[in-house]
Design a protein around this ligand. Structure first.
Ligand code: SF4
Length: 410
């Protein structure tokens, strides 16, 4: 990467080897107002705001990500994601300390079990950059270090004992801020558990620290396949030669990469920005997977949009571009109800034999159902004893006629 003049000056002529070394980038993160104001221009009010926020929340910006910030414009989408503002000190009435009730579903230290067949494993509280809108801001950056091996032992124990768990999401913090050796130790332990089918990593490093995606890392991950990686691009400006190369290295290494954006007011709250981003993602073999409605975490209301904005974005993308480019809009329900997808309604009506739909342009037509309606599958019985494939809970009670109603319990 060509190092820009202002970064060269600030870091006193780093060598290419230093700049392209992820550990150097982490060691040299911008963490103080004093350093930040040497890189971007800040007004007195902005500086006062940052000072106040830093009393409560950590700031850390990789030199690479800082090099993408506009020096002058506070509305630069990179800058808005990385630089604290006074708005973070405002606690709204809707704010929640733990909006997704993860602490309630913590079954062992660092392990959240909410959905039947998958768990969330928080192996570090360190991130290469602390995003200002982070949903887990109550936890991240407290010690800014990976969890030690012994701190993860109870989580391994729980996962080994729970045969329904087939999918592990390794997150944090950002799990790729840990060393290859420590990460390999965790992956090896997980792969020793027979019922674990897939491993997913949630990492923003391809966006904020693309030099982390080294050949050594990929060589190591390949030993523990199937491994998936969910990353987090929010804006087309984040798609650079470096981030593109990182995503392509992962894809070439056989790691399937998907993207989860957060809908952020005045950053990507536009169908034009979002469509451009999704097209760029596909070109570097990253699948647009989710757009998350921004959570109700404390001090981030200024980033939130009305739910209708996401709805409008999907309405203006679906059909107007390839389906592969349209992510699913998701609200993670406050209070720990989990993720719910929301879609514009394309189904207008249904009768006994026919369903009426509309398309993205308002074209309306009917789909006639077939005469034969027996949908039972001969092979279903082969999987009835599989506790994960056969899940009779929830609406299954109604479909299987074991109940006529389900009532929410307080
Ligand atoms: S990288 Fe993820 S976990 Fe870390 S601060 Fe950003 S959003 Fe939060």
């Amino acid at each position: 990467m060509k190092i820009s003049g202002r970064m060269r000056k600030f870091f006193k002529n780093p060598t290419d080897n230093e700049w392209n070394n992820w550990q150097w980038q982490i060691r040299n993160r911008i963490t103080t107002l004093n350093d930040l104001e040497k890189i971007i221009r800040l007004t007195k009010d902005e500086k006062d705001g940052i000072r106040k926020v830093l009393k409560e929340y950590r700031m850390a910006i990789t030199p690479y990500y800082a090099s993408l910030m506009d020096e002058e414009n506070p509305l630069c989408p990179i800058r808005m994601q990385a630089v604290p503002t006074i708005y973070e000190t405002h606690k709204s009435k809707a704010d929640l300390h733990d909006p997704l009730a993860e602490d309630r579903d913590m079954v062992a230290p660092n392990l959240v079990h909410r959905y039947p067949d998958r768990v969330l494993f928080l192996i570090t509280d360190q991130c290469s950059m602390y995003c200002r809108f982070c949903t887990r801001r109550r936890l991240v950056g407290q010690v800014d270090k990976p969890r030690k091996a012994e701190e993860l032992e109870k989580a391994f124990e729980y996962i080994s004992k729970n045969k329904k768990v087939r999918d592990i999401i390794i997150s944090g913090g950002d799990p790729l801020t840990t060393s290859d050796e420590h990460l390999e130790y965790i992956l090896k332990r997980l792969r020793m558990i027979k019922h674990i089918e897939i491993i997913r990593l949630g990492s923003r490093t391809p966006v904020v620290l693309p030099m982390r995606i080294t050949d050594n890392l990929i060589k190591m991950l390949k030993k523990y396949q199937p491994v998936y990686l969910n990353t987090h691009f929010n804006h087309p400006k984040e798609v650079t030669e470096e981030s593109k190369a990182a995503c392509e290295r992962l894809a070439d290494g056989g790691i399937v990469v998907s993207n989860q954006s957060v809908l952020l007011r005045r950053i990507n709250s536009s169908y034009i920005v979002m469509k451009k981003l999704c097209h760029l993602l596909l070109r570097m073999r990253v699948r647009p997977y989710y757009i998350f409605q921004c959570d109700l975490s404390e001090g981030i209301e200024h980033f939130r949009t009305p739910v209708s904005k996401g709805f409008e974005i999907i309405e203006r993308m679906r059909g107007h571009t390839s389906g592969l480019a349209v992510p699913t809009l998701v609200v993670d329900m406050p209070g720990g109800g989990g993720k719910v997808p929301i879609f514009p309604n394309y189904l207008i009506s249904m009768s006994e034999n026919a369903t009426v739909f509309r398309n993205y342009k308002g074209f309306i037509s009917v789909y006639q159902d077939p005469v034969e309606r027996d949908c039972s599958c001969e092979t279903e019985k082969d999987f009835m004893k599989d506790p994960v494939a056969h899940s009779p809970d929830g609406l299954g009670h109604l479909f299987d006629k074991r109940k006529v109603s389900i009532e929410p319990k307080e």
